[in-house]
Design a protein around this ligand. Structure first.
Ligand code: PNS
Length: 165
């Protein structure tokens, strides 16, 4: 049987990356030959991001450097178009709670309508990370909360510098 490399995308805004994202990326990297962490680069989408696309990519590169089959890219077109351009067969996302499910179900249906050949794969968040969100981490950083166990060190430092009061 002919064997082809199986590539998956792990897409998101990653503003900034958290240990919850990194857990999903690591687990996806075990399941697929190549994982492309795909960073949304649309300044006007969902309001302005705290970190530039370049900064979000750098955080991800530093945090995944020991994962040999993971690379980081940005995209600003439809997710499924980007998946086709990259030859990806799947999109992998994490699910934390029922609240994620509703949003992800909608995204899944939109994506499937556009590209039925690209499968969506959902990994349940590890309990340890099931409460972490980028927005929650930013909120904590703004008010001086402890974030050292939620994001990589350089991200925590940058958050404190940018948001700390
Ligand atoms: O969780 P996020 O950061 O909102 O996820 C972003 C993304 C692109 C994975 C999600 O919005 C999605 O699946 N969108 C499908 C529709 C699409 O392709 N939009 C264009 C985004 S550049």
């Amino acid at each position: 049987m002919e064997r082809t490399d199986r590539t998956a995308l792990c897409p998101g805004t990653f503003d900034p990356v958290t240990y919850g994202h990194l857990d999903i990326i690591r687990r996806a990297s075990v399941m697929f030959d190549e994982v492309i962490v795909s960073v949304v680069n649309l300044p006007w989408r969902k309001g302005k991001t705290l970190f530039s696309a370049e900064q979000r990519v750098t955080f991800l590169q530093n945090a995944t450097e020991e994962l040999g089959n993971v690379r980081i890219a940005t995209f600003s077109n439809l997710l499924v178009e980007f998946a086709r351009e990259q030859g990806a067969i799947a999109v992998v996302k994490g699910l934390r709670a029922i609240s994620d499910f509703e949003y992800e179900l909608e995204m899944h249906q939109l994506n499937r309508r556009q590209a039925p050949e690209i499968e969506s794969v959902y990994l349940m968040s590890s309990p340890k990370y099931s409460f972490i969100s980028s927005s929650g981490v930013k909120e904590l950083a703004t008010f001086g909360g402890e974030i050292g166990d939620l994001v990589p060190d350089e991200v925590a430092e940058q958050l404190k510098e940018r948001l700390g009061r």
